[in-house]
Write a protein that binds this ligand. Structure first.
Ligand code: HEC
Ligand code: HEC
Length: 384
Protein backbone atom coordinates (compact mmCIF):
# COMPACT_ATOMS: atom_id res chain seq x y z
CA UNK A 1 0.00 0.00 0.00
CA UNK A 2 2.75 2.39 1.00
CA UNK A 3 4.62 1.43 -2.17
CA UNK A 4 1.59 2.20 -4.30
CA UNK A 5 1.31 5.58 -2.64
CA UNK A 6 4.98 6.34 -3.18
CA UNK A 7 4.69 5.39 -6.86
CA UNK A 8 1.57 7.49 -7.18
CA UNK A 9 3.35 10.51 -5.73
CA UNK A 10 6.34 9.84 -7.98
CA UNK A 11 4.04 9.44 -10.98
CA UNK A 12 2.20 12.66 -10.26
CA UNK A 13 5.47 14.47 -9.75
CA UNK A 14 6.54 13.47 -13.25
CA UNK A 15 3.13 14.21 -14.74
CA UNK A 16 2.07 10.58 -15.26
CA UNK A 17 0.81 7.59 -13.31
CA UNK A 18 2.69 4.39 -14.11
CA UNK A 19 1.03 1.01 -13.59
CA UNK A 20 1.50 0.21 -9.93
CA UNK A 21 3.04 -2.89 -8.54
CA UNK A 22 1.62 -4.23 -5.30
CA UNK A 23 1.76 -7.30 -3.05
CA UNK A 24 0.14 -9.45 -5.77
CA UNK A 25 3.00 -8.65 -8.11
CA UNK A 26 5.58 -9.42 -5.45
CA UNK A 27 3.87 -12.80 -4.86
CA UNK A 28 3.78 -13.45 -8.61
CA UNK A 29 7.46 -12.59 -8.86
CA UNK A 30 8.31 -15.00 -6.03
CA UNK A 31 6.36 -17.76 -7.81
CA UNK A 32 8.42 -17.34 -10.98
CA UNK A 33 11.70 -17.30 -9.06
CA UNK A 34 10.82 -20.27 -6.82
CA UNK A 35 8.22 -22.44 -8.64
CA UNK A 36 5.80 -24.65 -6.67
CA UNK A 37 6.57 -28.27 -5.72
CA UNK A 38 6.94 -30.60 -8.70
CA UNK A 39 8.06 -27.92 -11.16
CA UNK A 40 11.68 -27.37 -12.28
CA UNK A 41 13.40 -23.98 -11.98
CA UNK A 42 12.21 -21.59 -14.66
CA UNK A 43 14.70 -20.14 -17.17
CA UNK A 44 14.23 -16.37 -17.50
CA UNK A 45 15.55 -14.84 -20.75
CA UNK A 46 18.52 -12.54 -20.07
CA UNK A 47 16.96 -9.75 -22.12
CA UNK A 48 13.63 -9.84 -20.28
CA UNK A 49 14.33 -9.88 -16.55
CA UNK A 50 11.42 -10.31 -14.13
CA UNK A 51 10.43 -7.21 -12.18
CA UNK A 52 7.20 -6.57 -10.33
CA UNK A 53 6.18 -3.48 -12.32
CA UNK A 54 6.65 -5.34 -15.61
CA UNK A 55 4.44 -8.18 -14.34
CA UNK A 56 1.73 -5.66 -13.44
CA UNK A 57 1.94 -4.07 -16.89
CA UNK A 58 1.83 -7.46 -18.63
CA UNK A 59 -1.21 -8.53 -16.64
CA UNK A 60 -3.07 -5.35 -17.56
CA UNK A 61 -2.24 -5.83 -21.24
CA UNK A 62 -3.35 -9.49 -21.16
CA UNK A 63 -6.82 -8.46 -19.99
CA UNK A 64 -7.16 -5.36 -22.17
CA UNK A 65 -9.72 -5.71 -24.99
CA UNK A 66 -8.46 -2.53 -26.58
CA UNK A 67 -5.46 -4.51 -27.86
CA UNK A 68 -7.76 -5.91 -30.56
CA UNK A 69 -8.62 -3.83 -33.61
CA UNK A 70 -12.21 -3.16 -32.53
CA UNK A 71 -11.81 -3.23 -28.77
CA UNK A 72 -13.65 -6.50 -28.23
CA UNK A 73 -11.12 -9.32 -27.68
CA UNK A 74 -8.38 -9.63 -25.07
CA UNK A 75 -5.92 -12.48 -24.62
CA UNK A 76 -7.91 -13.45 -21.52
CA UNK A 77 -11.09 -14.08 -23.50
CA UNK A 78 -9.55 -17.20 -25.03
CA UNK A 79 -7.33 -17.92 -22.02
CA UNK A 80 -9.96 -17.47 -19.32
CA UNK A 81 -8.70 -17.54 -15.71
CA UNK A 82 -11.78 -19.41 -14.40
CA UNK A 83 -11.45 -21.99 -17.21
CA UNK A 84 -7.92 -23.09 -16.37
CA UNK A 85 -6.60 -20.14 -18.45
CA UNK A 86 -7.90 -22.09 -21.46
CA UNK A 87 -11.45 -22.04 -22.88
CA UNK A 88 -14.03 -24.62 -21.83
CA UNK A 89 -16.99 -23.35 -23.80
CA UNK A 90 -16.02 -24.04 -27.39
CA UNK A 91 -13.89 -26.67 -29.11
CA UNK A 92 -12.19 -23.84 -30.97
CA UNK A 93 -12.61 -20.29 -29.67
CA UNK A 94 -14.08 -17.33 -31.47
CA UNK A 95 -12.02 -14.21 -32.13
CA UNK A 96 -13.01 -10.83 -33.54
CA UNK A 97 -16.26 -10.46 -35.44
CA UNK A 98 -17.34 -14.00 -34.60
CA UNK A 99 -14.53 -15.67 -36.51
CA UNK A 100 -13.78 -19.20 -35.44
CA UNK A 101 -10.08 -19.96 -35.01
CA UNK A 102 -8.65 -23.23 -36.23
CA UNK A 103 -7.41 -24.85 -33.04
CA UNK A 104 -8.42 -25.35 -29.44
CA UNK A 105 -7.00 -22.79 -26.99
CA UNK A 106 -4.36 -24.38 -24.76
CA UNK A 107 -3.82 -23.20 -21.20
CA UNK A 108 -1.18 -20.55 -20.60
CA UNK A 109 -0.53 -21.90 -17.07
CA UNK A 110 2.96 -23.45 -17.09
CA UNK A 111 3.29 -22.50 -20.79
CA UNK A 112 6.48 -20.72 -19.68
CA UNK A 113 8.18 -24.14 -19.63
CA UNK A 114 7.40 -24.88 -23.27
CA UNK A 115 10.52 -25.40 -25.38
CA UNK A 116 8.25 -24.37 -28.25
CA UNK A 117 4.86 -22.65 -28.23
CA UNK A 118 1.70 -23.38 -30.23
CA UNK A 119 0.45 -26.86 -30.95
CA UNK A 120 2.77 -27.10 -33.96
CA UNK A 121 5.72 -25.52 -32.11
CA UNK A 122 6.12 -22.61 -34.53
CA UNK A 123 7.14 -20.07 -31.84
CA UNK A 124 10.29 -20.36 -29.75
CA UNK A 125 9.39 -18.11 -26.81
CA UNK A 126 6.43 -16.50 -25.10
CA UNK A 127 7.61 -13.19 -26.55
CA UNK A 128 7.54 -14.54 -30.13
CA UNK A 129 4.25 -16.31 -29.53
CA UNK A 130 2.37 -13.14 -28.50
CA UNK A 131 3.23 -11.37 -31.77
CA UNK A 132 0.80 -13.62 -33.64
CA UNK A 133 -2.63 -13.31 -31.98
CA UNK A 134 -2.30 -9.52 -32.02
CA UNK A 135 -2.33 -9.43 -35.82
CA UNK A 136 -4.13 -12.70 -36.62
CA UNK A 137 -7.20 -11.67 -38.63
CA UNK A 138 -9.33 -14.19 -36.74
CA UNK A 139 -8.03 -13.37 -33.26
CA UNK A 140 -7.28 -9.72 -32.42
CA UNK A 141 -7.17 -8.49 -36.00
CA UNK A 142 -4.72 -5.57 -35.88
CA UNK A 143 -3.51 -4.64 -39.36
CA UNK A 144 0.08 -4.34 -38.06
CA UNK A 145 2.07 -4.10 -34.85
CA UNK A 146 2.89 -0.47 -35.67
CA UNK A 147 -0.80 0.36 -35.89
CA UNK A 148 -1.44 -1.33 -32.55
CA UNK A 149 1.45 0.48 -30.85
CA UNK A 150 0.26 3.86 -32.11
CA UNK A 151 -3.07 3.18 -30.40
CA UNK A 152 -1.50 1.87 -27.19
CA UNK A 153 0.64 5.02 -26.93
CA UNK A 154 -2.54 7.05 -26.95
CA UNK A 155 -4.30 5.09 -24.14
CA UNK A 156 -4.30 7.63 -21.28
CA UNK A 157 -4.22 4.96 -18.55
CA UNK A 158 -0.88 3.61 -19.85
CA UNK A 159 0.80 7.03 -19.87
CA UNK A 160 4.24 6.68 -18.34
CA UNK A 161 3.93 2.90 -17.76
CA UNK A 162 6.23 1.67 -20.52
CA UNK A 163 8.67 4.49 -19.78
CA UNK A 164 8.66 3.47 -16.11
CA UNK A 165 9.31 -0.24 -16.82
CA UNK A 166 11.41 -0.18 -19.99
CA UNK A 167 12.85 3.32 -20.01
CA UNK A 168 11.22 4.08 -23.37
CA UNK A 169 7.85 4.65 -24.99
CA UNK A 170 5.69 1.61 -25.79
CA UNK A 171 6.89 -0.52 -28.68
CA UNK A 172 5.98 -4.04 -29.76
CA UNK A 173 9.08 -5.61 -28.16
CA UNK A 174 8.25 -4.09 -24.79
CA UNK A 175 4.59 -5.07 -25.11
CA UNK A 176 5.28 -8.75 -25.73
CA UNK A 177 8.05 -8.78 -23.11
CA UNK A 178 5.57 -7.53 -20.53
CA UNK A 179 2.87 -10.10 -21.39
CA UNK A 180 5.54 -12.83 -21.39
CA UNK A 181 6.83 -11.72 -17.98
CA UNK A 182 3.33 -11.92 -16.56
CA UNK A 183 2.72 -15.36 -18.07
CA UNK A 184 5.99 -16.58 -16.51
CA UNK A 185 4.34 -16.06 -13.13
CA UNK A 186 1.42 -18.37 -14.03
CA UNK A 187 3.06 -21.47 -12.60
CA UNK A 188 1.05 -24.17 -10.93
CA UNK A 189 2.29 -27.31 -9.18
CA UNK A 190 1.94 -28.68 -5.64
CA UNK A 191 -0.92 -30.95 -6.75
CA UNK A 192 -1.95 -34.03 -4.75
CA UNK A 193 0.30 -36.01 -7.13
CA UNK A 194 3.27 -33.71 -6.42
CA UNK A 195 2.82 -33.93 -2.67
CA UNK A 196 2.66 -37.73 -2.92
CA UNK A 197 5.59 -38.22 -5.30
CA UNK A 198 7.90 -35.28 -4.63
CA UNK A 199 6.71 -34.25 -1.16
CA UNK A 200 6.81 -37.83 0.16
CA UNK A 201 3.32 -37.49 1.65
CA UNK A 202 1.86 -41.00 1.24
CA UNK A 203 -1.64 -39.81 2.14
CA UNK A 204 -1.79 -37.01 -0.46
CA UNK A 205 -3.08 -39.23 -3.28
CA UNK A 206 -6.23 -41.39 -3.35
CA UNK A 207 -5.62 -45.11 -3.85
CA UNK A 208 -7.46 -44.94 -7.21
CA UNK A 209 -5.18 -42.12 -8.41
CA UNK A 210 -2.10 -44.02 -7.18
CA UNK A 211 -3.22 -47.08 -9.16
CA UNK A 212 -3.80 -44.75 -12.11
CA UNK A 213 -0.25 -43.42 -11.82
CA UNK A 214 1.16 -46.96 -11.93
CA UNK A 215 -0.78 -47.55 -15.16
CA UNK A 216 0.32 -44.17 -16.54
CA UNK A 217 3.99 -44.95 -15.88
CA UNK A 218 3.71 -48.68 -16.68
CA UNK A 219 1.27 -50.74 -18.71
CA UNK A 220 -0.46 -47.80 -20.44
CA UNK A 221 2.86 -46.28 -21.56
CA UNK A 222 1.72 -42.66 -21.20
CA UNK A 223 5.09 -41.50 -19.80
CA UNK A 224 6.67 -42.39 -23.15
CA UNK A 225 5.43 -38.98 -24.31
CA UNK A 226 4.01 -37.29 -21.16
CA UNK A 227 7.39 -37.50 -19.45
CA UNK A 228 8.03 -37.26 -15.71
CA UNK A 229 11.37 -36.80 -13.92
CA UNK A 230 12.90 -37.77 -10.59
CA UNK A 231 12.38 -34.41 -8.92
CA UNK A 232 9.86 -32.68 -11.16
CA UNK A 233 7.39 -33.39 -13.96
CA UNK A 234 6.10 -31.36 -16.89
CA UNK A 235 4.29 -34.36 -18.44
CA UNK A 236 5.67 -33.56 -21.88
CA UNK A 237 8.65 -34.64 -23.96
CA UNK A 238 8.38 -31.27 -25.83
CA UNK A 239 8.07 -33.36 -28.99
CA UNK A 240 5.40 -33.85 -31.66
CA UNK A 241 3.43 -37.03 -32.32
CA UNK A 242 0.74 -38.32 -34.61
CA UNK A 243 -2.04 -39.80 -32.49
CA UNK A 244 -4.45 -39.95 -35.43
CA UNK A 245 -6.85 -37.12 -34.58
CA UNK A 246 -5.51 -34.81 -37.28
CA UNK A 247 -5.47 -37.63 -39.83
CA UNK A 248 -9.11 -38.36 -39.06
CA UNK A 249 -9.97 -34.70 -39.62
CA UNK A 250 -7.96 -34.73 -42.85
CA UNK A 251 -10.24 -37.41 -44.24
CA UNK A 252 -13.27 -35.14 -43.95
CA UNK A 253 -14.43 -33.75 -47.27
CA UNK A 254 -12.90 -30.35 -47.98
CA UNK A 255 -16.36 -29.20 -49.03
CA UNK A 256 -17.74 -29.84 -45.54
CA UNK A 257 -16.96 -28.14 -42.30
CA UNK A 258 -17.73 -29.39 -38.82
CA UNK A 259 -18.99 -26.43 -36.81
CA UNK A 260 -19.99 -26.20 -33.19
CA UNK A 261 -23.44 -24.64 -33.14
CA UNK A 262 -23.83 -24.83 -29.35
CA UNK A 263 -21.40 -26.06 -26.69
CA UNK A 264 -20.86 -29.76 -27.44
CA UNK A 265 -23.25 -29.86 -30.43
CA UNK A 266 -21.72 -30.19 -33.88
CA UNK A 267 -23.18 -29.98 -37.35
CA UNK A 268 -21.60 -30.57 -40.74
CA UNK A 269 -22.27 -27.75 -43.16
CA UNK A 270 -21.11 -26.96 -46.68
CA UNK A 271 -18.13 -24.65 -46.53
CA UNK A 272 -19.64 -22.49 -49.24
CA UNK A 273 -22.69 -21.76 -47.15
CA UNK A 274 -20.49 -20.62 -44.30
CA UNK A 275 -18.30 -18.19 -46.14
CA UNK A 276 -20.78 -15.45 -45.54
CA UNK A 277 -20.15 -15.52 -41.78
CA UNK A 278 -16.60 -16.78 -41.60
CA UNK A 279 -13.76 -17.41 -44.00
CA UNK A 280 -13.15 -21.11 -44.62
CA UNK A 281 -10.71 -22.63 -42.17
CA UNK A 282 -7.60 -23.95 -43.84
CA UNK A 283 -6.81 -27.63 -43.32
CA UNK A 284 -4.67 -28.43 -40.30
CA UNK A 285 -1.52 -30.46 -41.00
CA UNK A 286 0.12 -29.96 -37.60
CA UNK A 287 3.90 -29.91 -37.26
CA UNK A 288 4.19 -30.51 -41.02
CA UNK A 289 3.23 -26.86 -41.57
CA UNK A 290 6.44 -25.85 -39.77
CA UNK A 291 8.93 -28.47 -41.00
CA UNK A 292 7.43 -29.70 -44.32
CA UNK A 293 8.72 -33.14 -43.31
CA UNK A 294 6.23 -35.83 -44.40
CA UNK A 295 6.67 -37.66 -41.08
CA UNK A 296 5.34 -34.57 -39.27
CA UNK A 297 2.00 -34.58 -41.02
CA UNK A 298 -0.74 -34.47 -38.34
CA UNK A 299 1.84 -34.50 -35.53
CA UNK A 300 1.05 -32.17 -32.61
CA UNK A 301 2.95 -31.07 -29.54
CA UNK A 302 2.57 -33.29 -26.49
CA UNK A 303 0.66 -31.08 -24.05
CA UNK A 304 1.68 -30.99 -20.39
CA UNK A 305 -1.09 -32.53 -18.31
CA UNK A 306 -1.03 -30.34 -15.20
CA UNK A 307 -4.50 -28.92 -14.41
CA UNK A 308 -5.89 -30.98 -17.27
CA UNK A 309 -9.13 -31.53 -15.32
CA UNK A 310 -9.78 -27.78 -15.72
CA UNK A 311 -9.04 -27.38 -19.43
CA UNK A 312 -11.66 -29.39 -21.36
CA UNK A 313 -12.28 -29.86 -24.22
CA UNK A 314 -9.15 -31.74 -25.26
CA UNK A 315 -6.75 -32.20 -28.19
CA UNK A 316 -5.65 -29.66 -30.80
CA UNK A 317 -9.15 -29.45 -32.23
CA UNK A 318 -11.03 -29.70 -28.94
CA UNK A 319 -12.77 -32.80 -30.26
CA UNK A 320 -12.92 -34.67 -26.95
CA UNK A 321 -15.16 -33.36 -24.20
CA UNK A 322 -14.03 -35.43 -21.21
CA UNK A 323 -10.99 -37.18 -19.77
CA UNK A 324 -12.88 -40.49 -19.91
CA UNK A 325 -13.23 -40.01 -23.67
CA UNK A 326 -9.48 -39.28 -23.91
CA UNK A 327 -8.49 -42.41 -22.00
CA UNK A 328 -10.92 -44.53 -24.05
CA UNK A 329 -9.26 -43.13 -27.18
CA UNK A 330 -5.84 -44.30 -25.96
CA UNK A 331 -7.34 -47.62 -24.91
CA UNK A 332 -8.31 -48.16 -28.56
CA UNK A 333 -4.68 -47.42 -29.54
CA UNK A 334 -5.39 -43.96 -30.92
CA UNK A 335 -6.80 -43.46 -34.41
CA UNK A 336 -5.22 -45.74 -36.99
CA UNK A 337 -3.46 -43.98 -39.93
CA UNK A 338 -0.18 -44.54 -41.79
CA UNK A 339 1.76 -42.05 -39.63
CA UNK A 340 0.45 -43.24 -36.25
CA UNK A 341 3.11 -43.03 -33.53
CA UNK A 342 4.49 -46.50 -32.84
CA UNK A 343 4.01 -46.02 -29.09
CA UNK A 344 0.23 -46.17 -29.49
CA UNK A 345 -1.43 -49.59 -29.50
CA UNK A 346 -4.62 -51.03 -28.03
CA UNK A 347 -4.16 -51.19 -24.25
CA UNK A 348 -6.91 -53.60 -23.26
CA UNK A 349 -7.68 -51.67 -20.07
CA UNK A 350 -10.55 -52.74 -17.83
CA UNK A 351 -13.28 -50.17 -17.04
CA UNK A 352 -11.85 -49.84 -13.51
CA UNK A 353 -8.39 -49.12 -14.95
CA UNK A 354 -9.83 -46.39 -17.18
CA UNK A 355 -11.42 -44.86 -14.08
CA UNK A 356 -8.07 -45.08 -12.23
CA UNK A 357 -6.25 -43.28 -15.04
CA UNK A 358 -8.87 -40.54 -14.98
CA UNK A 359 -8.51 -40.26 -11.17
CA UNK A 360 -4.77 -39.84 -11.69
CA UNK A 361 -5.26 -37.10 -14.31
CA UNK A 362 -7.61 -35.35 -11.90
CA UNK A 363 -4.92 -35.41 -9.21
CA UNK A 364 -2.76 -33.05 -11.28
CA UNK A 365 -4.67 -29.89 -10.35
CA UNK A 366 -2.33 -27.44 -8.62
CA UNK A 367 -2.95 -26.08 -5.12
CA UNK A 368 -2.67 -22.44 -6.18
CA UNK A 369 -5.22 -22.38 -9.01
CA UNK A 370 -7.59 -20.13 -7.05
CA UNK A 371 -4.66 -17.75 -6.40
CA UNK A 372 -3.86 -17.61 -10.11
CA UNK A 373 -7.49 -16.78 -10.92
CA UNK A 374 -7.58 -14.07 -8.25
CA UNK A 375 -4.26 -12.71 -9.49
CA UNK A 376 -5.62 -12.40 -13.05
CA UNK A 377 -8.88 -10.90 -11.90
CA UNK A 378 -7.11 -8.23 -9.85
CA UNK A 379 -7.04 -6.17 -13.05
CA UNK A 380 -9.82 -3.68 -13.66
CA UNK A 381 -11.70 -4.88 -16.77
CA UNK A 382 -13.48 -2.70 -19.25
CA UNK A 383 -12.64 0.16 -21.51
CA UNK A 384 -11.97 3.25 -19.43
C1 HEC B 1 -9.32 -15.82 -30.32
C2 HEC B 1 -8.72 -16.59 -29.26
C3 HEC B 1 -7.33 -16.26 -28.80
C4 HEC B 1 -6.82 -15.03 -28.44
C5 HEC B 1 -7.49 -13.69 -28.49
C6 HEC B 1 -5.48 -15.28 -27.95
N1 HEC B 1 -5.20 -16.62 -28.00
FE1 HEC B 1 -3.55 -17.51 -27.34
N2 HEC B 1 -4.08 -19.21 -28.27
C7 HEC B 1 -5.28 -19.43 -28.89
C8 HEC B 1 -5.22 -20.66 -29.65
C9 HEC B 1 -6.34 -21.27 -30.47
C10 HEC B 1 -3.92 -21.16 -29.49
C11 HEC B 1 -3.33 -22.41 -30.16
C12 HEC B 1 -3.00 -22.03 -31.61
C13 HEC B 1 -2.08 -22.97 -32.32
O1 HEC B 1 -1.53 -23.87 -31.69
O2 HEC B 1 -1.89 -22.79 -33.54
C14 HEC B 1 -3.23 -20.24 -28.60
C15 HEC B 1 -1.94 -20.41 -28.11
C16 HEC B 1 -1.35 -19.60 -27.15
C17 HEC B 1 -0.13 -19.89 -26.45
C18 HEC B 1 0.73 -21.15 -26.61
C19 HEC B 1 0.53 -22.12 -25.50
C20 HEC B 1 1.30 -23.41 -25.71
O3 HEC B 1 1.41 -24.16 -24.74
O4 HEC B 1 1.82 -23.67 -26.81
C21 HEC B 1 0.12 -18.83 -25.61
C22 HEC B 1 1.28 -18.67 -24.65
C23 HEC B 1 -0.93 -17.86 -25.83
N3 HEC B 1 -1.82 -18.37 -26.76
C24 HEC B 1 -0.98 -16.60 -25.26
C25 HEC B 1 -1.80 -15.58 -25.78
C26 HEC B 1 -1.59 -14.16 -25.56
C27 HEC B 1 -0.46 -13.55 -24.76
C28 HEC B 1 -2.60 -13.52 -26.21
C29 HEC B 1 -2.85 -12.02 -26.33
C30 HEC B 1 -1.78 -11.25 -26.90
C31 HEC B 1 -3.44 -14.55 -26.81
N4 HEC B 1 -2.91 -15.78 -26.54
C32 HEC B 1 -4.63 -14.30 -27.51
C33 HEC B 1 -6.38 -18.60 -28.81
C34 HEC B 1 -6.29 -17.25 -28.54
C1 HEC C 1 2.90 -41.12 -28.67
C2 HEC C 1 2.93 -40.13 -27.63
C3 HEC C 1 1.81 -40.13 -26.61
C4 HEC C 1 1.44 -41.14 -25.76
C5 HEC C 1 2.03 -42.52 -25.62
C6 HEC C 1 0.33 -40.61 -24.98
N1 HEC C 1 0.06 -39.32 -25.34
FE1 HEC C 1 -1.39 -38.16 -24.59
N2 HEC C 1 -1.02 -36.77 -26.01
C7 HEC C 1 -0.02 -36.84 -26.97
C8 HEC C 1 -0.19 -35.79 -27.95
C9 HEC C 1 0.70 -35.50 -29.13
C10 HEC C 1 -1.36 -35.11 -27.56
C11 HEC C 1 -2.00 -33.92 -28.30
C12 HEC C 1 -2.78 -34.45 -29.49
C13 HEC C 1 -3.54 -33.37 -30.23
O1 HEC C 1 -3.41 -32.20 -29.88
O2 HEC C 1 -4.28 -33.69 -31.15
C14 HEC C 1 -1.84 -35.73 -26.34
C15 HEC C 1 -2.95 -35.32 -25.63
C16 HEC C 1 -3.35 -35.86 -24.42
C17 HEC C 1 -4.39 -35.32 -23.57
C18 HEC C 1 -5.18 -34.07 -23.85
C19 HEC C 1 -4.53 -32.88 -23.22
C20 HEC C 1 -5.12 -31.58 -23.66
O3 HEC C 1 -4.86 -30.60 -22.96
O4 HEC C 1 -5.81 -31.50 -24.68
C21 HEC C 1 -4.48 -36.14 -22.47
C22 HEC C 1 -5.42 -35.96 -21.27
C23 HEC C 1 -3.53 -37.20 -22.65
N3 HEC C 1 -2.86 -37.00 -23.84
C24 HEC C 1 -3.34 -38.25 -21.77
C25 HEC C 1 -2.62 -39.38 -22.09
C26 HEC C 1 -2.71 -40.63 -21.37
C27 HEC C 1 -3.56 -40.89 -20.15
C28 HEC C 1 -1.88 -41.51 -22.02
C29 HEC C 1 -1.67 -42.98 -21.73
C30 HEC C 1 -2.88 -43.79 -21.81
C31 HEC C 1 -1.27 -40.80 -23.12
N4 HEC C 1 -1.76 -39.52 -23.14
C32 HEC C 1 -0.35 -41.35 -24.00
C33 HEC C 1 0.98 -37.77 -27.01
C34 HEC C 1 0.94 -39.00 -26.35
Amino acid sequence: MRRQFALLVLGLAFGSVPVWADEADDAALRRALAPPLGLPPLAIPADNPMIAEKIALGRKLFFDRRLSINGTISCAMCHVPEQGYAQNELATPVGIEGRTVRRNAPTVVNAAYGKTLFRDGRAASLEQQALEPLTDPKEMGNPSHDHLIARVRAFPDYAGSFEHVFGRAADITALVQATAAWQRTLLSGDSPFDRWRYGKDGAALSTAAARGFRLFAGKAGCVGCHAIGDDHALFTDHDFHNTGIGAERGRESPADLRVEIAPGTFATVKRKALQAVSEPTKPDLGRFEVTRAPADRWAYKTPGLRNVALTAPYMHDGSMATLVEVVQFYNRGGQSNPGLDARLRPLDLAESEIADLVAFLESLTGANIADLVRDGRSVAIGNP
